[in-house]
Design a protein around this ligand. Sequence first.
Ligand SMILES: [Zn+2]
Length: 113
Amino acid sequence: MNIVTEKKCRKCGKIKSIIDFYAPKSLGNKPTNSCKECQRQYASQWNKINKGRYNENARLFRRRHPDRVRDSNREYYINHQSEFHENGNKWANENREKVRESNRKYKKKASIP
Ligand SMILES: [Zn+2]
């Protein structure tokens, strides 16, 4: 039986011992493609870019306060209302035939007792 003891990191290209790779349960305990060092670097970079916005806390917050998330979505909609409408109108203009067709179909269906 071949026991893999070394693996090449896809990020830095270095051949490292298998213990230098994470083997998360979510991947069936298989070692990841990039070494721990690269993963750490990637994670900290990602955190910096996102300023921890999408961290575990934010996720928990969303789960506990779905109404607040909804509110902020509504706020976004209100602030960008004109854009939404503009896009909607544009779509309706470009697809006038389609809209008419679907309206007709709907009316036909609705008139059936
Ligand atoms: Zn690496």
